[in-house]
Design a protein around this ligand. Structure first.
Ligand SMILES: C[S@@+](CC[C@H](N)C(=O)[O-])C[C@H]1O[C@@H](n2cnc3c(N)ncnc32)[C@H](O)[C@@H]1O
Length: 667
């Protein structure tokens, strides 16, 4: 059992007053540009000329530490020649960014430049790494960074990406890297805050007390400075752009993207956090106690994998030195520094920094639930006490759980849905990835291993599963789909007005009686939607997840009604027909990992030919690709599916992430 949470809730009160805040000017999002220019002054300033930079934002680029300014010297040139210039993998964040750049600079210009070979990689002559430039920001990228044109006067030929700035802001930014048709920069200063887009007292960048104290340095929560309604609008735009870019069929086949469904909790919602730390560099360990174990031997609280930074010893050292140069203070005193005393390495436990390697120290994370924040302090102390024994970096796991129910519900004595919902201050934090976590979703209780997948924002799971139900049974939702998805916070059980919707639907040939939960994990959709179906099957590739789903079904008294099938990727639907599941009476919920569905899966889905497909996705870009593929392949077989609705769900407020739900119906 963990100690009770002691941290106060973190939401900044001012931020919640969104009614009076401006609508998102859609043209300010990628796709349209603002190339306004207020100053006739030269907009480029090299680091040599530069006045001392006030550290408004922590510089993020790896080269921020300093170094020669201005035109490349011969070493730099040689390095440039050798530099590999990989074109980003399609659907990756870098590919999405390149689409942003393409939209911003103009498709024709970009395609023309790309066709000329290497010129897309050659930065304009007046733009050097280490130079500080003044920019009027033109747009937002999908990931929530700013994009500005270069040159600022005249036809834009190059884009500059800088964090933490908004369309319309006038900023100073320090270039640290060139890439294909763009440079990446640190934000040095906001000279003028855009009033149209943001501005006012609520602007967290002006009033840092309004938000997370790590904003400006931490790599997470990029959208945090935006009022919540603008975050939702940004995510709607992300869904629209993803389908414009990756759908591959005519856009007339798509409905308008609906408003993003908000998260009931915008702070303190995250039920799982995974802070990590680097191992101490060799030089710091030399004088300390010799290592007694590797991270891997700690089988409880530390994830067995090395840290997400992948930092081995050498890399840790480099990271630490970067940190001292960048002023983050991980190392005190330089090599052999006598005045400052012997150099000392400090352990940092937290998350990735924005735009630079290494971990930043985090004492609290305001998007995490209170019990996780309360547990973070003792976990950090425990690692700090033993840090010299780690030869590899590692990742901690903290997961919010209900206390284990006593007795544990079973098929003989299932979970009682009338059990009161426990208040948050009675939750516990689980740190061993093998231990079970318990979560309540409406009338159902779920259990899964702490290290396995479960959605990380419990507060939105009822609206999400309700929305999926309403999408499957549209006749009952003509007027209520939006309201009930946003307001139903108490239970996902049978509709009291229509307690047996399957029988009530009676003879309707298009009303599914069977549900297939594909990529079912521990059974979230299959179990929460079970009251509305005669039979439910979950299919999955992971045996552990299937075991958890089966147990969850039994715990909730659904053992008889449900089937949980562990399938091979190439035969994932194989076991369904013999269990009585036919496409003509089924709907399928599809919820794959970020890489989306593979072709064998989609082919099997098409062979199955369900009445409705509800595709829930944590990566709208691969979802757009898959939906396009599915419609095209169906058409080729003479089968017609239509995309009935598209909409984002805000599972991760303050971040740029959007969960997307597409509803496809057989015609
Ligand atoms: C995003 S999770 C969704 C889990 C579940 N629907 C939920 O909401 O909790 C994706 C799941 O897909 C499973 N998976 C990955 N590849 C698969 C495949 N080729 N076929 C079936 N399931 C797969 C993973 O094991 C994981 O449980």
């Amino acid at each position: 059992m963990s100690s009770p949470p002691s941290l106060p809730p973190s939401p900044p009160p001012k931020r919640l007053k969104t009614q009076a805040e401006p609508e998102l000017p859609v043209e300010a999002v990628v796709g349209t540009q603002i190339h306004s220019q207020t100053s006739a002054e030269p907009l480029v300033q090299t680091a040599l000329e530069e006045a001392p930079v006030k550290a408004l934002f922590v510089p993020t680029g790896p080269s921020s530490a300093g170094g020669p300014a201005g035109p490349s010297n011969s070493k730099q040139k040689a390095r440039k020649r050798k530099q590999k210039r990989p074109v980003p993998e399609v659907y990756s964040p870098a590919d999405v960014l390149f689409h942003d750049i393409k939209d911003f600079l103009g498709k024709e210009y970009v395609e023309d430049t790309l066709s000329q070979g290497d010129s897309a990689w050659e930065a304009p002559e007046d733009l050097h790494t280490q130079s500080v430039v003044e920019l009027r920001v033109g747009a937002f990228t999908v990931s929530g960074e700013s994009i500005s044109a270069w040159p600022q006067n005249g036809t834009p030929k190059w884009a500059i990406i800088a964090p933490f700035a908004h369309p319309g802001d006038l900023i100073r930014a320090k270039i640290y890297r060139h890439d294909r048709l763009h440079s990446v920069a640190d934000l040095v200063e906001i000279v003028e805050y855009s009033e149209t887009y943001r501005g006012g007292e609520g602007d967290r960048r002006k009033y840092p007390e309004n938000g997370c104290k790590y904003f400006g340095e931490c790599g997470g929560c990029q959208l945090q400075p935006l009022p919540y309604q603008l975050q939702l609008a940004h995510k709607k735009r992300t869904v629209q752009l993803a389908y414009q870019r990756y759908f591959s069929l005519d856009s007339s086949l798509l409905p308008e993207v609906k408003e993003t469904i908000p998260s009931p909790k915008q702070w303190g919602y995250r039920t799982k956090i995974t802070p990590h730390f680097d191992a101490p560099p060799k030089w710091s360990r030399a004088k300390a106690v010799p290592p007694t174990h590797k991270a891997k031997t700690n089988g409880t609280a530390v994830d067995e994998e090395a840290s997400a930074n992948g930092a081995g010893d050498g890399q840790s050292e480099e990271t630490a030195m970067n940190a001292v140069e960048g002023g983050a203070g991980a190392v005190i005193g330089g090599k052999g520094a006598s005045e400052a005393g012997p150099r000392k390495w400090e352990c940092r436990i937290g998350f990735e920094r924005k735009g630079r390697p290494g971990v930043m120290d985090i004492e609290e994370c305001p998007i995490a639930t209170p019990v996780l924040n309360a547990k973070l302090a003792p976990e950090r102390a425990r690692i700090n006490d033993t840090i010299m024994s780690f030869t590899k970096g590692a990742t901690l796991l903290l997961r919010d759980s209900l206390p284990a129910p006593e007795p544990l519900p079973s098929s003989d004595s299932p979970f009682d849905p009338s059990t009161p919902v426990l208040p948050e201050d009675q939750h516990v934090a689980i740190t061993n990835h093998k231990l079970p976590v318990y979560e309540r979703v409406g009338s159902f209780l779920f259990s899964f291993a702490a290290g396995s997948f479960f959605q990380n924002n419990n507060s939105i799971l009822i609206p999400l599963t309700e929305y999926v139900r309403e999408a499957i049974f549209p006749s009952s939702t003509n007027t209520t789909s939006m309201t009930s998805a946003t307001s139903s916070v108490d239970s996902t059980g049978p509709d009291p007005a229509n307690p047996n919707p399957v029988q009530a639907a009676g003879s309707s040939p298009t009303r599914p009686t069977h549900l297939v939960d594909a990529y079912c994990g521990s059974g979230l959709f299959g179990i929460t939607l079970s009251p509305h179906f005669e039979r439910v099957a979950g299919v999955e590739i992971s045996q552990d997840s299937i075991t958890a789903a089966k147990k969850n079904a039994e715990m909730n008294g659904l053992g008889e009604k449900t089937e949980w099938l562990c399938g091979k990727a190439e035969d994932i639907f194989g076991g369904l027909p013999e269990k009585g599941f036919e496409g003509s009476k089924s709907c399928v919920v599809v919820d794959p990992p970020r890489k989306g569905c593979d072709e064998p899966f989609l082919k099997q889905l098409l062979d199955f030919k369900p009445i409705t497909v509800v595709y829930v996705s944590c990566n709208v870009h691969t979802q757009a690709r898959d939906v396009g593929w599915f419609l095209r392949e169906a058409e080729a077989r003479g089968v017609k599916y239509v995309v009935e609705s598209l909409r984002g769900f805000d599972l991760f407020p303050q971040t740029a992430h959007v969960e997307s739900v597409a509803v496809l119906r057989l015609r």
